[in-house]
Write a protein that binds this ligand. Structure first.
Ligand code: HEM
Length: 499
């Protein structure tokens, strides 16, 4: 039988030796990367950016997740590196999401990376989830071709008119139903509404038990986009891949339906007319040699566009309403502009032409997007060794462009945490406003996002009032910054005397 002394001895080993061993492995891992780099660059005075590669395989992903999930201060990850290694050139070596990485976090360096598309290619951590041929992952002419089509579909007058026509009745109906309920879980309701609008605009799919399931599958994809690359039962990546396969099956059926309709030349009695939606547009798209997209390209793009579009927009709307609930003066000005517009139009619905008249609303939209900080980072890979600020970003390394901290940094925004739409009277320099990224991969849906937020704010401000029931709730940051309690909100109709 084991004596008490034996157990104490084993416990001592466990508590003393294991952390020491982990520390040794931690140091050795970093030293190995530095040595491999030095060997490769023999004879050249090149340096890796300061930082640490963390533990083998896991790297510093755990440390990053700690800041996102436990301390709930995502920028703490960058602040810790600034404290340990100095601000320097605004870049740190690390190992994240399974890859050796350089994290860049100064506006000028971010812009350098985002604009040098011949040196940095895009690389999402689990790229097959969005689709290898989706616009998010495509490079070169394939990227330009699809991007051109998608950006045009979200910005041409006809498309904008169509989007406003499809989205507004759905928004108006949702607001009426929330007022009847009296209290809503705002995060869930906004997300659901934006998913329904997106499905209708992109794929002409109306809400049904199937779209409810699809909403869950998309959530599975979004949750696993930045997971460790481990595909075992129970891991986030494994779940994300299953969700992607289910969505592929649904969209393949949609594709066949459209082909049938195209052949017959008209919609059947029970069928939607798909003529104006994004999916049909992608199916009809031809390149300069008259070649159409393959089925796989259509599916990859439609899945990734829905995934990229609805949750980000819902999150911006949620934050706009949270800030408005806490800023009565701003809300009063917003109402005034929107009431005037409805009076002039003699209608509650806005048209594409009205958008340019909504100057104050536009500032509210920009300020909400800035403070929401929806995209914390974007991903690239160095196509060759890149020298910058006295350091080398080695070929093949991932580059994480840290977007979020600059939007709440007092160096670039006065009183950065105050919701102040009037700051947009003098818009910040483009280099310090990267909420939609920069360069040739600037968000392809930024106009659509702004339009949907504007529509939502218009209908909410002219007809409803709302109050946060737990205004100081803690936040969760994955996949989007959201109050942990789902932002419960008292929601009711505005009395006619207020209008
Ligand atoms: C407030 C809402 C949104 C925010 C903050 C946002 C943010 C971003 C950011 C930062 C990027 C750059 C990614 C990179 O550089 O790798 C991006 C790209 C992209 N976004 Fe958005 N986005 C929003 C809404 C939307 C919407 C509504 C769509 C509609 C489909 C969309 C579609 C895309 C696409 C397709 C790309 C890839 C562009 C390319 O690689 O050329 N986004 N978005």
């Amino acid at each position: 039988m084991m004596e008490v002394g034996d157990s104490a001895w084993w416990l001592g080993i466990l508590l003393g030796a294991v952390p020491l061993l982990a520390l040794a492995v931690w140091h050795c891992n970093d030293a190995l990367y530095c040595a491999a780099f030095a060997l490769r660059r023999r004879g050249l005075s090149r340096r890796l950016p300061p930082g640490h590669m963390g533990l083998p395989f896991f790297g510093e992903t755990g440390a990053m997740m700690w800041h996102f999930k436990v301390t709930r201060r995502p920028d703490g990850f960058i602040e810790a590196r600034k404290k340990a290694y100095g601000e320097g050139a605004g870049m740190y070596r690390s190992h994240l999401f399974g890859h050796p990485t350089v994290v860049v976090c100064l506006p000028s360096v971010n812009r350098f990376v985002l604009q040098a598309h011949d040196s940095f290619w895009v690389r999402w951590p689990a790229k097959e989830l969005l689709g290898l041929s989706s616009m998010f992952n495509a490079e070169g002419s394939a990227h330009t071709r699809i991007r051109g089509y998608v950006v045009a579909s979200f910005s041409q007058p006809r498309s904008l008119r169509n989007i406003a026509r499809v989205a507004q009745p759905r928004v108006a109906a949702a607001l009426r139903s929330w007022a009847e309920k009296g209290t809503i879980a705002a995060a869930t309701e906004f997300r659901k509404l934006m998913f329904e609008c997106t499905c209708d605009i992109f794929i002409s799919m109306k809400p049904s038990p199937l779209t409810a399931k699809m909403d869950k599958w998309f959530a599975g994809i979004l949750d696993s986009l930045r997971a460790l690359p481990v595909d075992l039962p129970g891991t986030a990546l494994n779940h994300g891949r299953k969700c992607r396969r289910k969505l592929n099956a649904v969209f393949q059926v949609e594709l066949e339906k459209r082909r049938k309709q195209e052949k017959s030349g008209h919609a059947g009695e029970e069928e939607e007319d798909y003529a104006d939606d994004l999916m049909s547009g992608l199916m009809k798209m031809v390149d300069e040699r008259g070649k159409k997209l393959t089925d796989e390209e259509v599916l990859d793009n439609i899945v990734s566009l829905v995934a990229g579009g609805y949750e980000s927009t819902a999150s911006a709307i949620l934050w706009a309403t949270i800030h408005l609930a806490k800023s009565p003066d701003v809300l009063a000005k917003l109402r005034e502009e929107n009431f005037m517009l409805s009076k002039d139009n003699n209608s509650n619905f806005i048209s594409r032409d009205d958008i340019s008249k909504m100057k104050y609303t536009a500032k509210v939209v920009e300020e909400a997007i800035r403070l929401a900080n929806i995209a914390p980072m974007v991903h690239r890979v160095a196509y060759r060794d890149i020298e910058y600020g006295g350091y080398t970003i080695p070929q093949g390394w991932q580059v994480v462009v840290w977007l979020r901290s600059m939007h709440i940094d007092e160096k670039y925004y006065q009183d950065p945490l105050i919701f102040n739409p009037d700051r947009w009277d003098n818009p910040p320099k483009a280099v310090t406003n990267q909420v939609f990224g920069a360069g040739s991969r600037t968000c392809a849906g930024n106009r659509l996002a702004r339009l949907q937020i504007t529509i939502m704010l218009h209908h909410m401000s002219i007809g409803y009032k709302w109050e946060m029931l737990n205004p100081d709730a803690r936040l969760t940051y994955i996949p989007q910054p959201t109050p942990v309690d789902g932002a419960p909100m008292a929601f009711c109709k505005l009395s006619t005397s207020t209008r």
